[in-house]
Write a protein that binds this ligand. Structure first.
Ligand SMILES: C=C(O[C@@H]1C=C(C(=O)O)C=C[C@H]1O)C(=O)O
Length: 453
């Protein structure tokens, strides 16, 4: 980086006495920095690192160190909004180049529900969003470096950043070893099928139409699971979002096909994704499965319920909601889904946390009516969902944001991984078929861990 030129620029910066943080923002084109180098170089930040990549290649962000976090044990849209705005207002941005296009963001998520969590999820609070010390954007090739305002002179901070960047580009990524599996265990498989059978009995077409029931698979290893191994394996499946989110001694990992929503300039894009069929290497079977999905009554009904509910949830925020009446096919590596994109023009003054509150959980991961389904899951499902099926994403300063529904996911802690997968149950569902569907939905994480069932 042209240190001398940037030094001249930072020397002219007038520090705003009200700001708590200062963020230097510079391009990093001249450095060739990989994910593996970042996670090797920043080992000491283990437990405070994330990688979040969009499915269309629009962004590829790595955050290192949580400089400031918004952490809450309850979701309250209004107070989260003011905390987020206060935080952004306390940051003085110092862009050191006229050509920058990346945006500073808070990264984090909200747990699926508030089920008691004195358990494997205790590293994560109900709501957490983090402002990273370093935010790397590997698509636009830019970095943000945030320091507390009086901690050091800007020229010193700039020199530190320059040293970090050259250190990074010279870093040889650590070699890693794949952890050897000790035990693979489905958690209460028979009980899960019984629960599905019970739900099918309870469900009808008017008062309780759908519930999504999830199950877990525990995999233990003979040694610790190396983050570099996971990072490398996460590159295997395209067409999905990548979430790798460390907190304390845990890492939450997801390869989700499902965008919860994206907001840009008051336009919101979301989608209904519900209805599933397996995808294999057999092209004839794949054609059959797609046709089946497009015409199968149960899948179409389930999809319709999800789409209608999302549209209803968004009506208070918009007068213009656009979507096609007939669903499309969404293709992932191991599975097909029915898919309806939905575009919404938001009224003025709508906050991202209001949207989160209204839309999560969509009936694709909760059920319908939403409240009844949520309570049923909380009472009946084994264990705690934590960040599984939860909204995880980025929030920029002006409400622009992008969230995924963190499906096809697992919680990794030291020598074990807990995988999560669920499926929509409606009247007439078969527990055996749904069990097989959850098996397919475990595949992305089994593949990341390179574990055969
Ligand atoms: C609940 C999951 O997936 C959801 C349920 C689907 C279904 O029931 O057909 C399809 C896609 C997802 O919205 C999961 O992957 O765990």
């Amino acid at each position: 980086m042209n240190l001398v030129e940037y030094e001249d620029l930072v020397e002219e910066v007038i520090i705003d006495s009200d700001s708590k943080y200062i963020t230097l923002h510079i391009p990093i084109h001249e450095y060739d920095i990989s994910h593996a180098q970042l996670f090797t170089y920043f080992k000491d930040y283990a437990g405070e690192r994330y990688w979040f990549q969009s499915k269309d290649g629009g962004f590829d962000n790595i955050g290192i160190g949580y400089r400031k976090s918004i952490s809450r044990d309850k979701f309250k849209a209004a107070s989260l909004t003011s905390e987020k705005n206060d935080l952004y207002n306390s940051i003085q941005m110092v862009p050191l180049n006229g050509d920058l296009s990346s945006r500073l963001s808070l990264f984090g998520g909200v747990k699926f529900d508030d089920k008691d969590t004195n358990d494997e999820w205790s590293d994560f609070q109900m709501v957490e969003f983090h402002l990273p010390v370093y935010q790397f954007d590997l698509v636009r090739q830019e970095v943000f470096y945030t320091i507390p305002q009086h901690s050091q002179k800007l020229t010193e901070a700039l020199a530190d950043l320059s040293e970090v960047l050259s250190g990074l580009s010279q870093t040889e990524p650590d070699a890693y070893e794949k952890a050897e599996v000790s035990i693979i265990k489905d958690i209460f498989p028979d009980e899960w099928k019984e629960l599905v059978d019970e739900a099918v009995e309870v469900l009808d077409e008017e008062t309780f139409m759908k519930v999504v029931l999830a199950r877990q698979r525990l995999i233990t290893f003979k040694s610790g699971i190396d983050p570099l191994f996971i990072l490398d394996r996460l590159k295997d499946e395209k067409e999905t979002y990548t979430v790798y989110y460390e907190k304390g001694t845990s890492a939450f990992v997801s390869k989700s096909p499902e965008r919860l929503f994206e907001i840009e300039d008051n336009q919101l894009w979301t989608n209904a994704i519900a209805g599933s069929a397996p995808r294999t290497d057999d092209e004839d079977d794949n054609t059959y499965q797609q046709n089946f999905l497009l015409h199968d009554e149960k899948n179409r009904y389930e999809h319709e319920l999800v789409r209608q509910s999302i549209v209803e949830d968004l009506k208070p925020f918009s007068y213009i909601i656009e979507y096609d009446e007939v669903p499309h096919i969404l293709k992932n590596k191991y599975i097909y889904h029915l898919h309806t994109p939905i575009k919404v023009s938001l009224n003025d003054g709508i906050e991202v946390f209001d949207i989160l509150q209204a839309i999560h959980p969509t009936p694709a991961v909760g059920g319908l009516p939403k409240k009844i389904a949520k309570d049923y899951i909380k009472d009946q499902e084994y264990g705690t969902r934590g960040l599984y099926a939860a909204p995880i994403g980025l929030i920029h300063d002006n409400n622009d944001s992008e969230f995924v529904v963190s499906l096809r996911s697992m919680l990794v802690s030291r020598t074990s991984a807990t995988l999560f997968a669920g499926c929509g149950i409606v009247k007439g569902s078969s527990s055996e078929k749904e069990f097989q569907e959850t098996d397919v939905k475990f595949t992305p994480m089994m593949n990341v861990l390179e574990v055969e069932n």
